[in-house]
Write a protein of this length. Structure first.
Length: 230
């Protein structure tokens, strides 16, 4: 989606309505590679499935490094079909990732406000009418705040990786391993999700400075040396 498309989108207000009804065809859960997970998604899935991040990652997801961001990206493994699709129904319906829960809606964020729009789709039926407010309820009250904070974490992470690449290029790979932990692991599903993401933002912001302050011996032991000083 380019800038022209974003400007011309029709954004929905909280009481605006749209028509959509899922007919459980399962087609929107197949042959996809765009279901990227953020911290809030991971917290909800871990809590719902009662598993660790490592179990979630190795059982249901792919991890790769973004070509331009240099950050780790966690994607639901959906090339053939979603691993949570069972008999044409979602096994994690009450904790499904935001990309899935919002469908057929999309969302964008300018750093301060989240806006929603109706995507073009041939899936489902037009038999049911919903308000935006009603459609967002299953995602929980913290969803928007966490989405904004996640965008902030990505920005801080991108700036940190760029500076580290320029100043300590030989440390890019170990720092990327650290970023997997920083961005995705160690969240408490019963804690305040927004506070936890903000803590990670603060750490990412200080990361280049902390690395520059490390001795050669400490740099060789990354990520342990960074975590100890975080």
């Amino acid at each position: 989606m380019d800038y022209k498309d974003i400007v011309n989108l029709h954004y929905l207000g909280q009481e605006d309505t749209f028509r959509f009804g899922c007919d459980c065809c399962g087609e929107c859960c197949k042959n996809r590679g765009d279901v990227l997970l953020n911290a809030y998604d991971i917290m909800r899935l871990q809590e719902y499935l009662d598993i660790s991040f490592q179990e979630l990652l190795f059982t249901y997801c792919d991890l790769y490094i973004g070509n331009t961001s240099w950050l780790p990206v966690v994607r639901l493994r959906t090339e053939a079909r979603c691993p949570f699709l069972l008999h044409k129904r979602c096994y994690v319906q009450d904790a499904k990732p935001a990309v899935c829960a919002l469908f057929p809606l999309g969302r964008i964020c300018d750093g301060e406000q989240v806006r929603y729009f109706l995507q073009e789709s041939s899936c489902g039926t037009g038999m049911e009418e919903h308000t935006l407010q009603e459609w967002l309820e299953p995602l929980g009250t913290e969803s928007e705040k966490c989405y904004i904070l996640w965008g902030n974490l990505l920005r801080e992470g991108i700036m940190a990786m760029k500076q580290i690449k320029e100043e300590n290029g030989d440390l890019v790979e170990p720092i990327q391993n650290l970023m997997v932990t920083l961005m995705y692991d160690g969240y408490d599903g019963k804690g305040d999700p927004a506070r936890q993401i903000q803590e990670r933002i603060d750490i990412a912001r200080e990361l280049p400075k902390k690395i520059s302050a490390l001795s050669a011996m400490e740099k060789a032991k990354i990520p342990a040396a960074i975590i100890e000083r975080a």
